[in-house]
Structures are given as structure tokens and as C-alpha cells.
Ligand binder design. Structure first.
Ligand SMILES: NC(=O)c1ccc[n+]([C@@H]2O[C@H](COP(=O)([O-])OP(=O)(O)OC[C@H]3O[C@@H](n4cnc5c(N)ncnc54)[C@H](OP(=O)(O)O)[C@@H]3O)[C@@H](O)[C@H]2O)c1
Length: 274
């Protein structure tokens, strides 16, 4: 497939983006709309979704706002039906909605732990499972928004790291399974980005670590993910401080883990020691 998605039926390609109303999701929605994608936007709050739908329409595009809590029982099949009814079968499914879920493990409630596992990991698996017939039929694409924590677990973020590592394994395995069907699985590992999720983290990280935690602009991050994905890249990384550290972690895990442990107090502050 499918650098250029099929427009054989003369329809513009359709994408569903979870968490499309804010942050990196909004950035990807606008970047996709600028390239002719029609977008379905999912999130719990109707307000941000309507605002992004308005921005897409101002670009001359088509957007469908689908307010829903992805973790609620029975929501996922209904969402796919609504998206298909509004835009036709999906060419691209973007799993972007997520929760940071930082802090020591025993600071989480059982409900919080289950909620983070559901949103960050179980929902992408189940939504993908449900969307497979459409994606196979369209020889489409799946985009998973991971994190540096996907391949390098961070101190005081065991829950978040577990979910993002799970997403990474899911995407890497599924890539083999779907390749014969012409469906691409793309994994993105964004750098620290200034969104609601990271509000307060930069200040908490302290100046000595600022080279690691300089936060990017979400529009630029979303634009780069989309641009790289459509250029045919399957693993989208940033070669900044974080990116190099994650790569070094593959080569010398003990060394990098000692380095991270040396910064554990700072990570505890960043991830909101409770
Ligand atoms: N910011 C970073 O530094 C960074 C770095 C690496 C990776 N990431 C990843 O990037 C993705 C987007 O995060 P972001 O930084 O752009 O933060 P964000 O603006 O807080 O985005 C999270 C999105 O998820 C949606 N969401 C949360 N819970 C939901 C639920 N139960 N059902 C439906 N939608 C839900 C939110 O919308 P509602 O609140 O309206 O539901 C929001 O649009 C996440 O997967 C995150 O792990 C972020």
C-alpha cells in the first residue's frame, strides 16, 4: 500500500482520530484535513470537537464530531457505525486518546488503573479489531500514538509505561499480520509536547533537565506525524535528547537506567507524586 491512499471510487480518504479535539490529536486532524482527508473526531467533550470541526471546515474540509467516552461499554461499535455512516469506510484509524497516569503505582486507585489500561491499551486493540474489515477493504492504515515510554520505561510512570509498551508490542506484531492485506501499521513516538497532558511538567522538571523536557508545539508534532506517515515512514521518532536517550537505552539499558534513576526525584515531581 498506500503512501497515497486509494481514491479509486473518487472519494476523499476518511480518518477517525481518537482524542482529535485537543493537543496532538487536533494537530493531526488539521494536518490530515489540509491533505484532503475527511475526519471523524472522538473525545468526551463536545466543545473541543466542535471547535476543531470548525477549523477543518474553515480549511475547506469535512469533519464529523463524535462525542463519546471510549471506555464506556458498547461505545466502540456505535462509533464506527456513525463514522462510516457520515464519511464512508475508514482509510485511516488513529489511536491517539490517552491519559498520562503518572505517579507511584500505589497512588492509583483500582478504578484509575483499570481506566488507564482501558483507554491507552484495551480500546486501541478492540477498536482496531472492529475496524479491520473496513481497513482491509480499503487497504488502509492504522496509526498508533506511542511515547518515549513505549520503549524506555520512565521512573514513577509504571502504569503509563506499561500501557505504551503494550501499544508498541501490539503495533509491531500486528504490522506482520496486516502487511499481506496491504494495511500499514504506523507507530509514532512524539517528544514532550505542550498539551493539557503535560501542563505543569516542564516547570516541575527543573532547569537542569530542560534539554530533555523542552515541550514542542502540538500543531507541529501533529503535522510532522502526518507528513512522515504519508511519506511512507512506519516508525516516526524525533532525534532530540529524548529520542537519543531511548535509542541508547536499546544499546546500553543498564547505563541509561542508572541515568534515569539518578533523575528519579525529578520524575516523581514531573509525574505528580501524590
Ligand atoms: N504531550 C506529550 O508530551 C506526549 C508525548 C508522547 C506521547 N503523547 C501521547 O499523545 C496522545 C495525545 O495526548 P496529548 O498530549 O495531545 O494530550 P491531550 O490534549 O490531553 O489529549 C488527550 C485526548 O484524549 C481524549 N480522551 C481522554 N480520555 C478519553 C476518553 N475516555 N474517551 C474519549 N477520549 C478521551 C481527550 O479528550 P476529552 O478530554 O474531551 O475526552 C483529549 O482529546 C496520548 O496518547 C499521549 O500519551 C503525548
Amino acid at each position: 500500500m498506500n503512501r497515497q491512499l486509494s481514491t479509486a471510487n473518487c472519494q476523499l480518504p476518511a480518518a477517525l482520530i481518537t482524542g482529535g479535539g485537543t493537543g496532538i490529536g487536533r494537530g493531526m486532524a488539521l494536518a490530515l484535513a489540509r491533505r484532503g482527508f475527511r475526519v471523524a473526531l472522538v473525545g468526551r467533550r463536545a466543545g473541543p470537537l466542535a471547535a476543531v470541526a470548525g477549523e477543518v471546515e474553515a480549511l475547506g474540509g469535512q469533519a464529523l464530531a463524535l462525542p463519546a467516552d471510549l471506555t464506556e461499554a458498547g461505545v466502540l461499535p456505535a462509533l464506527l457505525e456513525q463514522a462510516e455512516a457520515g464519511l464512508g469506510p475508514l482509510d485511516l484509524l488513529v489511536h491517539n486518546a490517552g491519559v498520562l497516569a503518572g505517579g507511584p503505582l500505589d497512588s492509583h486507585t483500582a478504578q484509575g488503573l483499570a481506566g488507564a489500561l482501558a483507554l491507552n491499551l484495551a480500546v486501541p486493540l478492540e477498536l482496531t479489531r472492529l475496524a479491520l474489515p473496513q481497513l482491509r477493504a480499503r487497504r488502509g492504515m492504522l496509526l498508533l500514538v506511542g511515547s518515549m515510554a513505549s520503549t524506555m520505561a520512565l521512573p514513577y510512570a509504571s502504569l503509563y509505561s506499561a500501557t505504551k509498551a503494550g501499544l508498541h508490542g501490539f503495533g509491531q506484531s500486528l504490522r506482520h499480520e496486516l502487511a499481506p492485506h496491504g494495511v500499514r501499521v504506523v507507530l509514532a513516538y512524539p517528544p514532550g509536547t505542550a498539551t493539557a497532558m503535560t501542563a505543569g511538567m516542564a516547570a516541575a522538571s527543573g532547569s537542569a533537565a530542560s534539554w530533555l523536557y523542552r515541550l514542542r508545539c502540538p500543531e507541529a508534532v501533529g503535522e510532522r506525524i502526518v507528513q512522515r506517515m504519508l511519506a511512507g515512514q512506519n516508525d516516526i521518532r524525533w532525534w532530540n535528547g529524548e529520542g537519543w536517550l531511548a535509542t541508547m537505552h536499546q544499546l546500553a539499558p543498564g547505563l541509561v537506567q542508572r541515568l534515569l534513576r539518578g533523575q528519579a526525584t525529578r520524575f516523581a515531581r514531573m509525574f505528580g507524586e501524590k
